[in-house]
Design a protein around this ligand. Structure first.
Ligand code: ADP
Length: 525
C-alpha cells in the first residue's frame, strides 16, 4: 500500500467514449511500485519515511502505517548509522547511489543483505526535496556466492589431497616392487644355491604381503565410500579380538624393539562386533603406534569398563601429533607430514578406516596428544553387550586339518604367469594340475580331464568365468566339481554374482597359496 499515493479516477460525468481508455500515468506508476518485488521507499531530506510499498512491508516486517512518518534509521543496524549520513550527503550533493551492497535490519532484529539504489528527487525549482530508495534482497545470492567459494576451497583441498595421495600410492607400491625385483634377481643368480635363495624368497614373501595389505586397504576405502562394507556381527569377547590384533602386529614390535603391554579388565567384556573388522581397527592403531614410535619406545593397550561402554586406548611414547592435526588425522588421505617429508610408509587411509569401522560398531574414536614428541593416544569407545559370548563359527574356507589327498585341478586364467605359477605350486604340493587360458579351452579341458576342482578366473576372453561355471554345472560330472572363483573383484555384488553362477567359493587375488591349499584339503569332491 502506498499511503498518500496518487490516485486518479475517470470523471463519471464526462463524455461517453467507447475507445479503450488509457490508464492515468500516476495510477499506473503506483501500481508498478506496489507490485514490485524490490522494496521501494521514499524519504524526505531529514530521512523521514514518506512512502513504503508492499515489498518493503514483506522485506522488513514493518507495516506501511507503522513506517511512514518514522526515521529511516528504523531499518539501519546501529553499527551502520554512519553509513546513512554518508548516503544523505551524497544525495544532497545531487548524486545517485547505485547497487550499494549493505545490511539492513528487520523488525525482529534479524539482518538482511540488500543492494540499495538511491536517487535524489527534485521539486520544480530543482531543489532536492526527497530521495527514492530501492532495496533488493540479495541474501540468497550472497549465500550462493559464499557456498560457491566454500565448495571451491573444498574442491582445491580435495584435489591437493588426491595428488598427494597418488604420489604416496605410487611411492608405496614402488617400494615393495623394488624389493621383489631385487629378490627376483638374487633368485636368478642363486639358482642351485638354496642358502642365497631362502632370504630372497623371504623378502618377496614380506613385500607381497605388504602390497596385498595396501590393496586390501584401498578396497576397503572404496567399499566405505560406496557404503557397501558389511559387518558380520556376533557377540564377541573383546579380549579375544585384542589378542588377535596383537598377534598380527607382534612381528613389527619384535623387529623394532618396542615394548608392548596389554591391560584388560578383570571380568570379560563382550561387544556386538565383526571380530575380524574390530581386530583390523586395533591392528591399524597398533601398527601406527609402532610406525610413529622410535625404537626402544613403549606402547600400552588398555581396556576399561566405563558405565555401559568399554574404552580401549592405544598409547605410545612416539612422535606425537600437533594439536591442529588431532581432528584431521581421521580424514581420508591425511598425513601429518607431506608425502616427501615422511619417513614412514602408508597411504593415509588407516585412520579413516578405523573411524568408519568403529562408527559402524556404534562407537567412537578420538586422538589425543600433548604435541610433537609427546606421544599419542587413540581411544576407541564401544557399547558393551551384557551376557556370555557365543563361540564364533569356524569360517568355511579355513576350517579343518590339511589332508594329503591329491586332487585333479584345472587352473583357468588368461594371465599365463598366474596360471603357470599356480599350477606349479599345486604340482609341488602333490596335486595334478592342468591349465586353460580361456573359457572354451576350459570347457574342453574339463571334459577331457574331469577335474575335482576348477580354479576359475572371472575375466576371460570370449566367455567369462560366470558362463564357464554355468556350463560346467550343466554337465553331469560338473555338478560335483568344486568350483572356486579366483578374481580381482571382491565386492559383495561380485560375490553374489559368483554364488548365483554356481561357484562354491569366491577368493580374491592375490590368494594366499597356503590358504588355497587348506581349502583344497577340505573339499570333499
Ligand atoms: P598412514 O598410512 O599415513 O599411517 P593413517 O590414516 O593411519 O595413515 O594415519 C594418518 C596420519 O596420522 C599419519 O600419517 C600420521 O601422520 C598420523 N598418526 C597416526 N597414528 C599416529 C601415532 N600413533 N603417532 C603419531 N602420528 C600418528
Amino acid at each position: 500500500m502506498l499511503p498518500g499515493a496518487m490516485s486518479a479516477e475517470a470523471d463519471p460525468g464526462g463524455p461517453r467514449d467507447d475507445r479503450p481508455r488509457s490508464i492515468p500515468a500516476l495510477h499506473l506508476l503506483a501500481a508498478i511500485v506496489e507490485s514490485s518485488d524490490d522494496a521501494i521507499i521514499s524519504k524526505n531530506r531529514d530521512g523521514i519515511i514518506q512512502t513504503w510499498n508492499a515489498a518493503a512491508e514483506r522485506m522488513f516486517g514493518i507495516a506501511a502505517a507503522d513506517a511512514v512518518g518514522r526515521h529511516i534509521s528504523i531499518i539501519i543496524p546501529h553499527d551502520r548509522l554512519a553509513e546513512e549520513q554518508a548516503i544523505m550527503s551524497k544525495l544532497l550533493a545531487g548524486q545517485r547511489i547505485e547497487h550499494f551492497e549493505t545490511v539492513r535490519r528487520r523488525a525482529d532484529g534479524s539482518s538482511i543483505s540488500v543492494s540499495l539504489t538511491i536517487s535524489p528527487i527534485k521539486d520544480d525549482t530543482g531543489r532536492i526535496v526527497a530521495a527514492s530508495k530501492i532495496a533488493r534482497d540479495i541474501s540468497v545470492r550472497l549465500e550462493a556466492v559464499a557456498r560457491e567459494r566454500e565448495l571451491l576451497t573444498e574442491l582445491e583441498h580435495a584435489n591437493r589431497r588426491k595428488d598427494e595421495f597418488l604420489a604416496t600410492l605410487s611411492h608405496e607400491l614402488r617400494t615393495p616392487l623394488a624389493a621383489i625385483r631385487n629378490a627376483e634377481a638374487v633368485l636368478n643368480a642363486a639358482l642351485g644355491e638354496p642358502d642365497l635363495a631362502r632370504p630372497a624368497l623371504a623378502t618377496m614373501n614380506r613385500q607381497i604381503a605388504q602390497m596385498t595389505r595396501l590393496l586390501d586397504d584401498l578396497l576397503d576405502v572404496s567399499r566405505i565410500t560406496h557404503d557397501s562394507l558389511q559387518l558380520r556381527q556376533s557377540r564377541v569377547d573383546l579380549a579375544a579380538v585384542l589378542g588377535h590384533a596383537v598377534d598380527t602386529v607382534r612381528p613389527i614390535f619384535d623387529q623394532s624393539g618396542l615394548r608392548l603391554s596389554v591391560e584388560l579388565p578383570d571380568k570379560p567384556v563382550y561387544v556386538l562386533a565383526d571380530s575380524a573388522r574390530l581386530a583390523q581397527v586395533f591392528g591399524n592403531l597398533l601398527t601406527n603406534a609402532a610406525k610413529y614410535t622410535p625404537d626402544g619406545g613403549r606402547v600400552v593397550v588398555a581396556a576399561e569398563r566405563d558405565g555401559d561402554d568399554v574404552t580401549v586406548s592405544v598409547t605410545d611414547t612416539g612422535i606425537g601429533i600437533p594439536p591442529e592435526m588431532l581432528g584431521r588425522v581421521f580424514e581420508l588421505f591425511t598425513q601429518v607430514e607431506g608425502p616427501y617429508e615422511r619417513e614412514q610408509g602408508g597411504l593415509g587411509i588407516g585412520l579413516s578406516l578405523v573411524k568408519r569401522l568403529v562408527e559402524m560398531h556404534g562407537g567412537s574414536v578420538t586422538a589425543q596428544s600433548e604435541g610433537r614428541g609427546k606421544g599419542s593416544r587413540f581411544v576407541v569407545r564401544l557399547p558393551v553387550l551384557p551376557g556370555e559370548a557365543v563361540t564364533p563359527q569356524p569360517s568355511q574356507s579355513v576350517g579343518g586339518g590339511v589332508s594329503a589327498v591329491s586332487r585333479r585341478i584345472l587352473v583357468v586364467d588368461d594371465e599365463p604367469d598366474s596360471a603357470l605359477t599356480l599350477a606349479m605350486l599345486l604340482q609341488l604340493r602333490g596335486h595334478h594340475a592342468d591349465v586353460a587360458h580361456d573359457g572354451a579351452e576350459a570347457l574342453r579341458q574339463a571334459d577331457a580331464v574331469e577335474p575335482d576342482v576348477v580354479l576359475l578366473d572371472i575375466g576371460l576372453p570370449g566367455m567369462d568365468g560366470y558362463e564357464v561355471c554355468r556350463r560346467l554345472r550343466e554337465r553331469p560330472r560338473g555338478r560335483s566339481m568344486f568350483i572356486v572363483a579366483l578374481t580381482g573383484w571382491g565386492q559383495e555384488e561380485d560375490r553374489r554374482r559368483t554364488r548365483e553362477a554356481g561357484f562354491d567359493l569366491h577368493l580374491v587375488k592375490p590368494v594366499d597359496p597356503e590358504e588355497l591349499l587348506r581349502v583344497l584339503a577340505t573339499t570333499s569332491s
